[in-house]
Structures are given as structure tokens and as C-alpha cells.
Design a protein around this ligand. Sequence first.
Ligand SMILES: CC(C)(COP(=O)(O)OP(=O)(O)OC[C@H]1O[C@@H](n2cnc3c(N)ncnc32)[C@H](O)[C@@H]1OP(=O)(O)O)[C@@H](O)C(=O)NCCC(=O)NCCS
Length: 131
Amino acid sequence: MTESDDDRLLRTEPVIRTVAMPCDTNPAGDIFGGWLMAQMDLAAATIAVRRARGRCATLAVAGMEFHKPVRVGDEVSLWAELVKSGRTSMTIHVVAYRRPRDQDERHKVTEATFVFVALDADGQKRELPSP
Ligand SMILES: CC(C)(COP(=O)(O)OP(=O)(O)OC[C@H]1O[C@@H](n2cnc3c(N)ncnc32)[C@H](O)[C@@H]1OP(=O)(O)O)[C@@H](O)C(=O)NCCC(=O)NCCS
């Protein structure tokens, strides 16, 4: 995503805003990357389930790179948007920012592209409804 794409997204409401807690750390006391990945998956799923009007599953994740560490106590905000719809699949871009709770400036932590597939009640892929 370009800088201007990020600027546009950041003017909208984040899909998730949370605070990194001590229970989210790895044995070294740093925020566990898997926790942040789970938050990103949840943010993407929020967009996918709404577009698909029902159950979805994560099929693929591409391009995840951690640019900055998240610290305990940071406010973590996640923005997500649908960038492509296929027959059964949805491509969703997610960006995550951290903001130390006592400061104004936020910093980009990571971004990634998620592919979700719409599922039926039996867990089989299904066609997306019309938007
Ligand atoms: C989701 C699932 C039902 C899809 O079934 P499938 O037969 O493998 O799906 P297909 O190969 O037909 O692909 C389905 C769609 O995803 C797209 N797709 C598949 N692999 C992809 C990839 N690596 N990147 C991008 N898109 C991909 C296909 O192009 C297709 O899109 P379209 O229908 O919009 O044209 C099946 O893979 C599954 O159950 N996976 C496990 C999901 C899961 O448990 N996730 C959580 C893990 S903890």
C-alpha cells in the first residue's frame, strides 16, 4: 500500500483498537508476534464476514513483515479494507499501528494481505452474495 492509501485509511475508523497487555508477551517479555497476527486476522475476518454475510475462513496470508516492535501498554489500532472480491474469495488488506498511550504519534507496525473464503454451514466454499 502506498503512503496515500495509508493516509486515506487512517482517516477512517479502525476495525479494531486494543491495548497490548502483559499477557500478550513472549517469554522474553516482548509482545508476541502471534498475538498481533491474531488481531490482524480478526480485523480481516470482520470485513470478510460482513461482505460474505456469514461464515468465512482464512485461506492465505501474504506479505507480513514486522517493521517495529509493539510494547506492553501500547494502543494497537488495525485498519482493514476489502481490495478484491472473487467468486468465493475476498482479498483484504490490513495495516496495524502502535501508539504509546502517553504520546500522540502513531507508528506503523505491520501490514499484510489476507485471503478469506466464504463457507457454507458444512464448511464448504460458497459463492459470495452480490454486494
Ligand atoms: C477454504 C477452503 C474451503 C477452500 O477450498 P479449496 O478447494 O482449497 O479452494 P479453491 O482452491 O477452489 O480456492 C477458493 C478461492 O480461493 C482462491 N485462492 C486459493 N488459494 C489462494 C491463494 N493462495 N491466494 C489467493 N487466493 C487463493 C481461489 O482463486 C478461489 O477464488 P475464487 O473462488 O474467488 O475464484 C479450504 O482450503 C479450507 O477449508 N482451508 C482451511 C481453512 C481454515 O481452516 N482456515 C483457518 C486455519 S486455522
